[in-house]
Design a protein around this ligand. Sequence first.
Ligand SMILES: [Zn+2]
Length: 142
Amino acid sequence: MVEIKVSDSVRKKLLAFRDRNKKARWSRDLDPIEKQYNAVCLWADIGGASYLSFDGKGIYHNFDADEIIFLKSQVEMNQLLIYGSEKCPTLKQLLPQRPSDALECQSCSGRGFVKKDISKAIYKREDAISCNVCGGVGWCAT
Ligand SMILES: [Zn+2]
């Protein structure tokens, strides 16, 4: 399992983001995963939902299997933060700093995203799937 440090200032903004989401879905309560793991839902689709806990764990809830999966790698964590930052930009602060000797990711040519056929239909843009090699940051540590 990978864990990141969530600073107090980011935690405060995430709490505000979670409160706004709660109001947007007309709920007075947190969803069960948010409640159980003290987390915030960052995005969800028909197959599952992704969360960041306030103690820095990435969590995926697979709806079909009703399975909770803790993110295991920094690449998965990068993907969670990149997707989550579309709705909550403060998450970008939690991405790792690019080391000076990092190399541009060859899989995505440093863009962080790769083209997939389904991207346009689902996400209304052609390059919305984050890169599985760098997780969307566009570089790889040496
Ligand atoms: Zn990449």
